[in-house]
Write a protein that binds this ligand. Structure first.
Ligand code: GLN
Length: 196
């Protein structure tokens, strides 16, 4: 069975586990670097990117996560997780992992919109996806190999760059598991490629 990890240092971990299991894969909460060997794909959850980065450094995850990405394994960054994946973060000189060819801006929906929900139409996934945004970032620029999968008010809120999937919102907070299932399919495809 497919093992999908959820980086369990901070943030919305349990909800992702539930969503992965509902999508027919096995979920493993990743708290130690060695556990990365057990999984074929990884979700980096929402939370607070600065806090998560501190914990990534404290527990020695930075290099192993980069190697995981270099090995071609899929990573899905949601909200703070997207910020961690991005090659550029507006206002910062250095990215975190810096593997997904997008520029993101943090907390970019304004204070009056601390959190809100929106119905999205998602390419390859479907219509009427109820997305929950919490102090969300958005993608201000996407590289040429990046496929834009959803927009909200003209802003890119979901995109795929090869093995990387990143979204502004929290797909794990509702009972609609279609986006997690889409990621599980990405992981399956990447494994078929490795075997072939
Ligand atoms: N604003 C948070 C950050 O910059 C992200 C919010 C979230 O993950 N819900 O990390």
């Amino acid at each position: 069975m497919l093992n999908i990890g959820v980086l369990g240092l901070q943030g919305a971990v349990r909800e992702h586990v539930r969503s992965i299991e509902a999508s027919g894969a096995n979920a493993i909460v990743i708290k130690r670097v060695e556990q990365l060997e057990e999984i074929q794909g990884l979700i980096m959850p929402g939370g607070e990117s600065t806090t998560m980065r501190r914990l990534i450094d404290r527990y020695g995850f930075m290099e192993p996560l980069r190697q995981f990405a270099e090995a071609g394994k899929p990573i899905f960054g949601t909200c703070a997780g997207l910020i961690l994946l991005a090659k550029h973060v507006v206002g910062y000189e250095e990215p975190h992992l810096g593997v997904m060819d997008v520029t993101v801006e943090r907390n970019s929906f304004g204070r009056q919109k601390e959190s809100f929900e929106a119905d999205l139409s998602i390419a390859h996934v479907g219509e009427g996806f109820n997305a929950v945004f919490i102090r969300a970032p958005h993608i201000v620029e996407a590289g040429e190999d990046v496929e834009i999968l959803a927009k909200h008010n003209e802003r890119i809120v979901l995109a795929r760059h090869g093995q990387f999937l990143g979204c502004s919102f929290h797909p794990e907070l509702t009972d609609d598991h279609r986006l997690t299932a889409f990621f599980v399919e990405m992981v399956k495809e990447s494994m078929e490629k490795t075997i072939a």
